[in-house]
Design a protein around this ligand. Structure first.
Ligand SMILES: [Zn+2]
Length: 306
């Protein structure tokens, strides 16, 4: 098989590494997963190399493909060193150069939110739109911007990093008082959007409201109990307030939600009315859609980097 028909992507997650070969129609033709080594950076590089070579061998490829890799953080434009990774073994490493020398191929890096946006604008929930804000709602919260056919790459390489803006709690006067205790973020700030809208943030909201642990199965149930309904109502109000801040600046046609929490259906039903109340406009036409490619957005977006 000739190399120019396939794209190689790797999603470097906190618990697993996923590698995939895509054809130019966006279909995954080979896929392989392996646990992420958490205590050895050298072991991590070797694991990525082995996954790439195994896939190429499965596809009968004779020469190495360029590699796109999805990471939890991004390289600093000043130093090239990785930063903002919640898989902290990566922080401070020259990941792109190290991978190029270890794997013998050119490498491009993007964070998980940018990969979600690339995947969903290529052939997913944002494929017909000229402007898309993609959001990861998972262990962390991140965002990426796609404008007029390309990812927006600013001078600081932080475009879309909305998860570490402050949650506009003053716009949510209906939230119960017991919720409003400040939340410290790992980044050193208080009340980052991530501390409210991530999976751990949602769990903390439930605990503060009801003094009991959240039941994840309930979140996806067709018959929500009253406590989880109240938790999700608070969560959806906060999500709308936070997204309205993005709409007031970028005014995207579509917002695509990805990550584990984007699978909670009740988020979407109330979003148009909540956004209408929060956006600085007499009408809110931005559509909020669930990502179409689910857990594969990282590996697919990474492949589309080439
Ligand atoms: Zn933060």
């Amino acid at each position: 098989m000739t190399n120019n028909k396939l794209l190689l992507g790797v999603d470097l997650g906190g618990t697993k590494i996923e590698a995939a070969l895509l054809n130019r129609d966006g279909e995954v033709v080979h896929r392989k997963r392996s646990p992420t080594p958490i205590d050895s950076y050298a072991g991590l590089l070797s694991k990525i190399r082995r996954l790439c070579e195994d896939l190429e061998s499965s596809a009968g490829l004779s020469r190495p493909l360029p590699l796109g890799i999805c990471t939890p953080g991004s390289p600093s434009p000043a130093t090239g060193l990785m930063r903002n990774c919640n898989s902290t073994i990566l922080n401070g490493q020259l990941l792109r150069a190290d991978l190029e020398s270890r794997c013998g191929r050119p490498v491009r890096i993007a964070n998980d939110a940018d990969c979600l946006v690339l995947s969903e604008t290529s052939d997913g929930a944002g494929s017909s739109a000229r402007s898309v804000f993609g959001v990861i709602l998972g262990t962390g919260v991140g965002g990426g911007l796609f404008i007029n056919g390309a990812l927006l790459q600013g001078p600081n390489a932080v475009s879309g990093e909305w998860g570490h803006n402050r949650m506009p709690l003053e716009r949510l006067p209906a939230l119960p008082d017991q919720l409003l205790k400040p939340r410290p973020c790992y980044c050193g700030r208080l009340d980052c959007i991530e501390t409210w809208l991530s999976g751990p943030g949602l769990a903390l909201t439930h605990e503060r409201l009801h003094r009991e642990p959240i039941n994840v199965e309930q979140l996806h149930s067709q018959q929500l109990d009253a406590k989880h309904r109240e938790t999700l109502s608070a969560y959806t109000q906060m999500l709308a307030a936070a997204l309205a801040g993005v709409i007031n600046i970028v005014d995207p046609e579509v917002i695509v939600l990805g990550g584990g929490l984007s699978n909670i259906d009740v988020i979407y039903a109330s979003m148009p009315d909540l956004l209408q109340a929060q956006v600085f406009s007499d009408i809110s036409l931005t559509e909020v859609r669930a990502a179409q490619h689910g857990d594969s957005s990282g590996v697919r977006g990474a492949a589309w980097l080439w």
